[in-house]
Design a binder for this molecule. Structure first.
Ligand code: UDX
Length: 439
């Protein structure tokens, strides 16, 4: 919405939320305190906020005044009931649709921005059209978001494509006219509603599948003496395959990949497509296995016991350039190591201690391991038996291993799950080095 406001100064954009603390943070004069860390976002917010970009909790009034409403609430995986652990929880989408139905005036275009199971637009339409008030009408469009965290602004400013699903030409044209301010028309694709919803799930499933595929090959490389980066480069040069999304790592995280595949699997099962469901499920199984095998391997290298050993965790975000920790591989790896009795010292340049607490629980001492927050890389590694690099933050690629190694307890290990350190320098410093996809 910030990008839309920035590109279209004549369009008034109101971002509304029930959470007043969140809205207050978006209105904070100190841009460093915006709720989301995303490179470039602060500059855009600074430019548009107060001009045509507004943040408020006045949901009803903003709906009433709006010509177009984007539904952008989250749709996490259901935790209980039918479809628990697989289907999307649509309670917030439904609540939004009802609130829009109640408060809208005249004709309103409702745009699904949240990633939704296929045919959700039907539900939204039914709710919207159940209001009997005269003079109220709605068009529903699907306009899935393809931005990736860390590169979101660039992804929106120079998108590969913009997808608009819908049936009513006038509504499609209205939404198109917004994007056309900065996106060339050939990049704006029109499909039917269901194709649009399914395209988003499919794109994420295919991207995640590539990550699981290369991670499976990484394990084989470690066993055979091949090097996964060399293999990835060799296969990626084939333009039919392409070089993107072939970086092996600790497994994919983030709010989308796992949730969307689970959703796809649930959808396939509900249509009786068992083989298709099982096929996609494997992408997640392999990802979980990848995370688990890393913690197992670390335990083995440290003489099969982690009790009382200090281990530095470098990086807690699910990828670099974001402070998002949702489904981060660091969570499962950290939990496994704590379970083995390790004392983790966790560093991340952008993730705050509260977020780590929310994922790992209180840092109380118990008979198992524990975790602490480290303010610097040095503090995290001081006296540690091992250092595990989990997020590919740039500052981790230039660590002075000579200095760090001196402060670690010997024999000391470095486990690089992102292949970003200079392994020769790290080895020269006296560390035992294990690199994912190389061994
Ligand atoms: C993803 C999609 O890319 C985006 O189009 C969609 O709108 C939302 O979901 P995001 O989750 O923000 O975006 O990040 P992405 O860059 O796709 O990375 C997802 C995970 O895969 C991260 O944990 C990342 O580290 C991992 N990954 C990605 C790899 O391990 N190797 C790769 O080569 C690429």
């Amino acid at each position: 919405m910030a990008v839309i406001a920035d590109r279209c100064p004549d369009i008034e954009v109101h971002v509304v939320d029930l959470n007043s603390e969140r809205i207050a943070a978006w209105n904070d004069p100190d841009l460093a305190r915006l709720p989301i860390y995303e490179p470039g976002l602060d500059t855009i917010v600074a430019r548009a906020r107060g001009r045509n970009l507004n943040f408020s909790t006045d949901v009803d009034r903003c709906i009433e005044k709006a010509d177009m409403v984007f539904l952008s609430v989250n749709t996490p995986t259901k935790q209980r009931g039918i479809g628990a652990g697989k289907a999307s929880d649509l309670r917030w989408i439904e609540a939004c649709a009802r609130q829009v139905a109640r408060n809208a005036k005249g004709h309103t275009i409702v745009v699904e921005k949240s990633t939704l199971p296929v045919r959700t637009a039907e539900t939204i339409k039914t709710i919207l059209n159940s209001t009997q008030e005269r003079g109220k009408s709605f068009s529903v469009l699907s306009n899935p978001e393809f931005l990736a965290e860390g590169t979101a602004i660039k992804d929106l400013e120079y998108p590969d494509r913009v997808l608009i699903g819908g049936e009513e030409e006038h509504a499609i044209e209205e939404l198109k006219s917004i994007y056309e301010r900065w996106v060339e028309p050939a990049k704006i694709l029109e499909t039917n509603l269901w194709s649009s919803e399914l395209s988003k799930l499919t794109a994420n499933a295919l991207l995640a599948q590539r990550v699981s595929s290369i991670n499976s090959i990484a394990a084989l490389c470690e066993s055979t003496g091949a090097n996964v980066r060399e293999v990835a480069e060799a296969v990626g040069r084939d333009h039919r395959i392409g070089e993107k999304f072939l970086k092996s790592g600790p497994g994919f995280g983030g709010s989308c990949f796992q949730k969307d595949i689970l959703n796809l699997v649930y959808l396939c099962r509900s249509f009786g497509l068992e083989e298709v469901a099982t096929y996609w499920e494997q992408v997640i199984d392999l990802n979980t296995w990848q995370q688990r095998r890393i913690s197992r391997l670390i335990t083995e290298k440290l003489f099969n016991t982690l009790a009382g050993k200090k281990i530095a965790i470098l990086g807690f975000a699910f990828k670099a350039n974001t402070n998002d920790t949702r489904e981060s591989p660091a969570i499962r790896i950290a939990k496994d190591l704590i379970e083995e009795g390790a004392i983790l010292s966790i560093h991340d340049p952008k993730v705050k201690i509260d977020q780590i607490r929310a994922e790992l629980g209180e840092k109380l001492k118990n008979d198992l391991g524990e975790w602490e927050f480290a303010g610097s890389i040095k503090d995290a590694c001081n006296n540690a038996d091992a250092c595990i690099l989990i997020t590919e933050w740039k500052e981790y690629s230039t660590i002075n291993w000579m200095e760090i190694s001196e402060s670690m307890r010997k024999p000391a290990w470095l486990f690089d799950t992102r292949c970003i350190v200079d392994s020769n320098l790290a080895r020269k410093s006296g560390l035992n080095v294990w690199i994912l996809g190389e061994g």
